[in-house]
Design a binder for this molecule. Sequence first.
Ligand code: CDM
Ligand code: ATP
Length: 322
Amino acid sequence: MSAAEQPPWDEGPFQPEAVTVRVPAKINLSLSVGPLRPDGYHELVTVFHAVSLYDEVIARSARGISLSVEPLRRDSDVEQVPADERNLAWQAAALLAEQCGVEPNVRLTIRKDIPVAGGMAGGSADAAATLVACDSLWGTGLRRDELHDLAAQLGSDVPFALHGGTAIGTGRGEHISPVLAATGLEWVIAVLDAGLSTPKIFEACDNQRRRNKVEAPSPSVHPDLMAALRSRDTAAIGRALYNDLQPASIEVLPEIGELLELGRAAGACGSLVSGSGPTTVFLVDGPLAAANVEAELRTSGRCRAVRRARGPVPGANIVNVR
Ligand SMILES: C[C@](O)(CO)[C@H](O)COP(=O)(O)OP(=O)(O)OC[C@H]1O[C@@H](n2ccc(N)nc2=O)[C@H](O)[C@@H]1O
Ligand SMILES: Nc1ncnc2c1ncn2[C@@H]1O[C@H](COP(=O)(O)OP(=O)(O)OP(=O)(O)O)[C@@H](O)[C@H]1O
């Protein structure tokens, strides 16, 4: 149909001006860390679980790439987050543009609530959200598996942030397979002031193993956790949570160990460090236990913020287009 024949109400393909994507934080219900590989990564098997603590990324039409970061809530912390090409979201936009042969024209606004350097994959979440937002803004229309391949190039945790839910991650964490698991799990999350560097915690884990003359195991998921997730038995899930990086995080920041004790004593049915830490998470069964754990953590004076969240929730998805 020529332009002259085009009906007046058909203005051609819709070109959005701005796309907003919401993306969740992750915790690792289990994290089994194997040996260091020649490429500098550790072989691992993890059970990822997306929880309702979110960042938002807004992608707007612009010339070139620019980026700003703002807090989503009054007590969200954004100080350590770079607003230039060191930001993983910036790198995600640049990579998508290069792969699709389009001009990298976007103004990114990251509205953060996921703790920074907290072991909840905040930077990875922003990168995944940016891929989804720019793909829509630029009309590049990549398939899910194509987005996944780009995500894996950006970081080990990025593919899961696209996926969400509860899923097993293998390799360095980038290969994702969904698991049928309990829904409606309730978490209390203790956010600390300090951040921990992911590579330093992996290194501390290797050093502990060397000192204790323990061989790195072949990583796996414990069958007790899978059975508990299928049974939806919260107490059994709580008992089966584990994280091989936890001793290393506690060695670097001993107050993590004290917080874990505190939450358990207050009635949590399970507790663990999220990923490389220092965020600690507490599984609670019912509103009374949740309120008790939350109150104990708040009055400890050790947390910058205490949050409630539920999981699993979906991965990065578009919440507004205009
Ligand atoms: C701890 C976890 O959050 C658990 O989900 C992830 O394994 C970390 O994933 P991430 O932050 O996306 O990590 P990347 O950006 O891919 O890697 C950062 C650094 O962490 C270390 N790293 C990461 C993943 C992995 N399987 N082995 C590693 O040793 C490496 O030193 C790597 O250079
Ligand atoms: N979009 C981003 N948000 C937060 N930090 C970012 C971002 N991009 C780059 N960074 C840098 O990455 C570092 C790690 O931040 P991030 O919040 O992703 O850690 P993390 O949650 O511990 O990561 P993971 O759980 O994936 O190991 C920060 O200290 C910051 O300098």
